[in-house]
Design a protein around this ligand. Structure first.
Ligand code: CO
Length: 659
């Protein structure tokens, strides 16, 4: 066998002799697993049945929180994220919990002020978090300073992350080289990291690259090394094995129902692969099988409708072709689809590396993947041959100002200048640690939300998610009705639905007796019927004076004639999407400001009757988690505002009129 993996015993039972250097494993099913496969929609009630069982396996840690869970839970599940932490802790008492922390971005999408960052880590630790896997999208570790201070103060484990990214198909190029990663890891150890994680969020780490990297890291650092990668491109299980051969300490896996596709390698094959070697996990594979059984029978039926089954293949080779995270690509596709522009995906693929380079060749991970992705789509849809970056998102402006930190290479000076024209904080970018220019936020937020936030945990939801967080707190305290769309699905309703589908597939839904269909007589005659562009052959069999039409049979459908394009594209998905309002009388004299994409209104910068000059921001629209300031197309007076903060609008909705 290769390198440091050697065979010692071949004993299937759980009392097999312990390995000299067992591979430690963190289970991601309850966080990254369902985040990847089920859009983070996993509910706490569906984690409880397996929490105690997972606790018995011997995992190094269970990842239970962070990443998108905080956002999704309060926004789509009407669940308090803090409550999940406390609840799971009651069921899994032995195994440490790990969370993914976006450094100064916490669990949101921008850098928050130091007071927020400190309070958040303090509260997470108090609520039961043990290991803080901390990453920064730009690998700018100045963004670690505040949270790490508090992690240490709370006496918790600080896992420092190097975000793994590439600009070439394999490790190398000008920026993201072996030396880059080794020096970043050393920097983390210097900051007091209790362990170092190589975080490959896109599944682009190749087995031999990681083998070389782990070997190089092992030569210079002594803290445990952890590998996080995604299956997406299909390489991850091979990469994991090579990392183990190179001496990695900890790897990440999921229980089988939560594994593969854009998620992670499964635990069971790895346990079997290492069985009887000096790196044997020691896990009892039969106990793992019991957990799978519960997940398959009691949990998965409620989530299978969320699985993307549009493709047979479980491997997405786009990652290998574009060095772009799979989740980011599916976001781009969704965004284009909602804008009725899916045919422009190839232009997006071409524009994406250009935008990434313009913006400093940054790693693509939340939130930078969204920042680069949304700006790319904006460019493809709005730019003209003589003007690039016509519509720049608020987040790109922040990035250009330095609010996310230092980019890998300098941002293109022309793009930066354009982005910062009229930027409220100033037109000269900063070079200091971003949070140094941020005013404390907690007191201000407290004044805004008032007694709706009962404690610090509530306040931290509101600070990071002012619009949806406020909505959630209103549901939580019974001040607004909880919409049906955020309520859980029950097994009973799943069973009913499945029964209905079965019936439909068997053709039993139409309960019409076959005896009702009369036999055809010899008087039957065939007519050609043309309806719009569809052609039907209809048989008519007269009975007495009244002709009866038999069921029409579609013979062929000639090419459709051009149909007038509908005014509103994008069929609204959510029930509460406001239809584009059009009251021609009121708008006859003005210029209508239309929503260029479906999204949620963050705020109106102007109110009815305000004067506005061309180019001034009027409304901030959130689409794909990015804020877009929509500017006045002409001078005039703002009239006819029909929406308020938190409203969802369809593409083409009239936001206001400028007269
Ligand atoms: Co991940």
């Amino acid at each position: 066998m290769s390198d440091n993996v050697v065979m010692t015993a071949m004993n299937y039972d759980s009392d097999r002799p312990p390995a000299s250097n067992p591979v430690k494993i963190m289970d991601l099913s309850l966080r990254d697993g369902h985040q990847c496969l089920f859009a983070t929609r996993g509910r706490t009630e569906d984690m409880i049945p397996v929490a105690e069982m997972l606790d018995e396996i011997g995992f190094w840690a269970l990842e239970t929180w962070g990443g998108a869970t905080f956002d999704t839970m309060h926004r789509f599940l009407n669940e308090d994220p803090w409550e999940r932490l406390r609840t799971l802790k009651r069921y899994a008492k032995k195994t440490p919990f790990c969370m993914l922390l976006r450094a100064q971005n916490l669990v949101g999408y921008r850098n928050y002020a130091d007071d927020v960052a400190t309070a958040f880590v303090d509260r997470a630790a108090e609520n039961g978090m043990d290991i803080f896997r901390t990453f920064d999208a730009l690998n700018d570790y100045r963004n670690f300073e505040t949270v790490v201070r508090q992690i240490k103060k709370s006496g918790k484990h600080f896992q420092g992350v190097v975000s793994y990214t590439l600009t070439e198909p394999r490790l190398g190029g000008d920026i993201y080289t072996l030396d880059y990663y080794v020096s970043k890891a050393k920097e983390l150890v210097g900051m007091g990291a209790d362990s170092v994680c190589i975080k490959d969020m896109a599944g682009m780490s190749a087995p031999y690259d990681i083998y070389a990297l782990v070997k190089a890291l092992k030569a210079v650092i002594t803290v445990p090394i952890h590998l996080h990668s995604h299956f997406t491109s299909g390489m991850a299980p091979m990469t994991q094995l090579k990392a183990i051969e190179a001496g990695i300490d900890i790897v990440d896996t999921c229980m089988t129902p939560y594994a593969y596709r854009s998620s992670h390698p499964a635990v069971e094959p790895l346990v079997m692969t290492l069985l009887g070697t000096n790196r044997d996990t020691g896990f009892d594979i039969r106990k793992l099988a019991e957990i799978n059984e519960v997940l398959e029978k009691q949990v998965m039926p409620k989530y299978k409708h969320l699985l993307d089954d549009s493709k047979v293949s479980i491997i997405d080779i786009n990652v290998l072709l574009h060095q772009t995270p799979g989740g980011m690509l599916s976001n781009l596709v969704n965004q284009l689809r909602e804008m009725d522009a899916l045919d422009r995906i190839d232009e997006v693929y071409k524009e994406l590396p250009r935008v990434r380079k313009d913006l400093g060749q940054i790693p693509l991970v939340t939130p930078t993947s969204q920042i680069v992705g949304v700006q790319t789509v904006n460019n493809v849809l709005n730019d003209t041959p003589d003007e690039r970056y016509k519509m720049i998102t608020g987040q790109v402006k922040d990035l250009c100002y330095g609010l996310y930190g230092k980019t890998a290479i300098p941002i293109d000076p022309e793009v930066q200048k354009k982005a910062l024209k009229g930027y409220p904080r100033g037109e000269t970018p900063i070079t200091c640690r971003p949070a140094e220019v941020l005013e404390p936020e907690l007191e201000k937020a407290k004044a805004e939300i008032g007694d709706l936030a009962a404690d610090m945990d509530d306040l931290l939801i509101y600070v990071q998610f002012p619009v949806t967080g406020k909505k959630f707190l209103e549901w939580k305290y019974g001040r607004a009705e909880v919409p049906a769309s955020v309520k859980p699905i029950t097994m009973e309703s799943v069973k009913k639905q499945d029964a209905l589908i079965k019936k439909a597939l068997a053709g039993e839904l139409v309960e019409r007796s076959k005896a009702d269909v009369p036999a055809k007589s010899e008087r039957i005659r065939t007519f050609n019927v043309f309806l719009d562009n569809e052609f039907f052959s209809v048989e008519v069999d007269p009975t007495g004076d009244v002709p009866v039409l038999a069921a029409p049979r579609v013979v062929s459908a000639p090419a459709p004639a051009p149909v007038a394009a509908p005014v509103v594209a994008a069929a609204p998905k959510a029930a509460a999407v406001a239809a584009p309002a059009a009251t021609p009388a009121a708008e006859a004299h003005g210029t209508r400001m239309l929503a260029p994409m479906p999204g949620m209104i963050i705020s109106f910068q102007k109110k009815d009757g305000d004067a506005v000059t061309k180019g001034e921001p009027v409304v901030v629209l959130e689409a794909m988690k990015m804020e877009n300031a929509l500017v006045a197309p002409c001078d005039g007076t703002v009239k006819g505002i029909k929406f308020k903060s938190g409203d969802t609008v369809a593409k083409g909705a009239v936001l206001c009129v400028i007269e």
